[in-house]
Unconditional design. Structure first.
Length: 515
């Protein structure tokens, strides 16, 4: 801060939070200065979310205190924290889709009996001008892009005069271009004196946007660093106690033999709206095909169609030359090909939160095992082995999965799907919410499947990871395939253009020719 000493905007001092026998935060201290972007890093279960939930008023600490501008404060609720100037912006937006941007901002923050739209609009327009946040206030949220919805969430917090913003994985659903716009906005907010805390696992973004970095490990402070004076490898050592084991793609494991062939596949929802339109592509044996696209571009439906959850309206799907679409209900026949599927929705579609690890794996085992009786003792042994191999942090194999952190829930689901020895593996955002070490472990697991000849479809949101780990990348927009490009012969900007629907046939032809 140019050598000038400021009173910290936020000082969390010796914060401890216990849930029964579990200590999520153990005497953690954290300081945020005015006009600073602080990145909060740590492995899954390190206590990042718990600490920020305490700061945002969701939880009360078991011990320790919070000082705001040097004065001790206590929060009874998120609204109480917001009234003190601290607001949290979650990864999953909390917006009324059929209301306008203006209505979303002012209706939830109206203190009087009547809405003063004119006064509210004037305040919002002033916020937009001062922070550089562009927003069309009079269009419904359902017609906004992902980045516009995120801008709206930020404005909702700023409208309440928040000076401290906590952003949870803010770039998870943004294109590279939208990410750059967000970083520009954060820079403008810094200059206006706002303090910003970002929870993220993307080290390249941490290095690009933050001023300082705080690292948690096992619920305790692992250290802090000035961003300009550290490196990604040093940050990883702080998080996990050792350097990163870089995973390199095993492209040589792929062959020229088609394994999965999708031809002119269409899928229509119950309202008659096309979710997929004439989608065609091929995955070869041992190939890792990445799928990129902004949220809602058809990735979810594609995964559900290929896994047999959603019927095909038109088109064909073949596995090693054999049709796997049943004429009876137009769904992929998973009895003909064993499909491992890690869906985007971890709890609900993926796992049953109230059940423990053993019972969740039994749900899949009843289809994978040929015996008439389920061997529960064998499944329990497999669960203990999965905890060791995937480094799952849990109080035990009979502990409800919903009580685990998001990253550990994801590991349970991966362990379950891999044990079925899939012939085709589909993963939608498998490393979302995972720390660096766990992310590397997941990619290693997928590459090991590829070495066995298993075709892998990976839907991802981090373009750098897709470009590093995949053989090819298929880009989707509006339920259509914009192009399939080599992962190592394309730029982030070119993928971003395709994600936005800007299709350049000549450029795609040149890229595909390099395959």
């Amino acid at each position: 801060m140019n050598g000038i000493t400021y009173t910290p905007t936020v000082h969390m001092e010796h914060i401890t939070k216990q849930f029964g026998r579990l200590t999520a935060n153990d005497c953690v201290s954290l300081t945020v200065q005015p006009g600073e972007v602080l990145a909060l890093l740590g492995e899954n279960g390190a206590g990042k979310s718990t600490l920020m939930n305490i700061l945002s008023g969701m939880y009360k600490p078991t011990g320790g205190r919070i000082l705001l501008d040097g004065t001790e404060v206590e929060f009874d609720s998120p609204r109480d924290a917001l009234q003190h100037g601290i607001g949290m912006i979650y990864q999953h937006f909390k917006l009324a889709e059929h209301m306008t941007g203006l209505e979303n901002i002012i209706e939830g923050n109206n203190s009087g009996f009547f809405l003063n739209r004119k006064k509210g609009r004037k305040k919002i327009e002033e916020l937009c001008r001062r922070t550089g946040l562009p927003l069309k206030l009079d269009i419904p949220v359902c017609n906004m892009s992902i980045s516009e919805k995120q801008t709206l969430e930020i404005l909702k917090v700023l409208y309440c005069d928040a000076r401290v913003l906590i952003l949870d994985e803010p770039t998870a659903v943004l294109t590279p271009q939208e990410t750059e716009k967000l970083f520009t906005v954060l820079e403008a907010m810094k200059k206006s004196g706002h303090s910003i805390i970002i929870i993220t696992h993307k080290l390249n973004e941490v290095m690009a946007v933050s001023d300082r970095i705080a690292v948690l490990r096992d619920g305790k402070n692992a250290g802090t660093a000035v961003t300009a004076e550290t490196t990604p490898d040093e940050l990883v050592r702080m998080m996990v106690g050792k350097g990163r084991n870089i995973v390199h793609p095993l492209s040589a494991s792929g062959t020229d033999k088609p394994a999965v062939e999708v031809k002119d596949v269409c899928s229509v929802n119950c309202d008659g709206v096309y979710q997929l339109r004439n989608v065609s592509f091929t995955i070869h044996e041992g190939e890792l095909l990445g799928v990129a696209g902004v949220a809602g571009s058809g990735q979810k439906t594609l995964c559900e169609v290929l896994s047999g959850m959603t019927p095909v309206t038109k088109g064909t799907i073949r596995y090693k030359g054999m049709s796997v679409v049943s004429p009876r209900d137009s769904r992929v026949d998973t009895k003909q090909v064993s499909v491992g599927f890690v869906p985007e929705n971890r709890l609900g579609t993926g796992l049953i939160g109230s059940m423990d690890m053993v019972d969740n794996i039994l749900l899949r085992a009843q289809y994978d095992d040929n015996s008439h009786f389920l061997n529960r003792a064998k499944i329990r042994a497999e669960c203990r082995e999965a905890i060791r191999v995937f480094d799952i942090k849990t109080q035990g194999i009979e502990y409800p999965v919903k009580m685990m952190s998001g990253g550990n829930i994801q590991k349970v689901m991966l362990a379950r799907e891999v044990r079925g020895k899939p012939q085709f593996f589909i993963a939608a955002y498998p490393v979302r919410g995972l720390d660096t070490a766990s992310t590397d472990a997941v990619y290693t697991m997928m590459h090991e499947l590829c070495t066995k000849g298993v075709p892998v479809l990976l839907v991802g949101e981090d373009l750098d990871q897709l470009m590093t780990q995949c053989d090819r990348i298929m880009v989707m927009c509006g339920g259509e395939v914009m192009g399939i490009v080599p992962a190592h012969g394309v730029t982030r900007e070119e993928i971003g253009d395709l994600m936005s629907g800007n299709k350049n046939p000549e450029r795609i032809s040149k890229l595909c020719a390099s395959l």
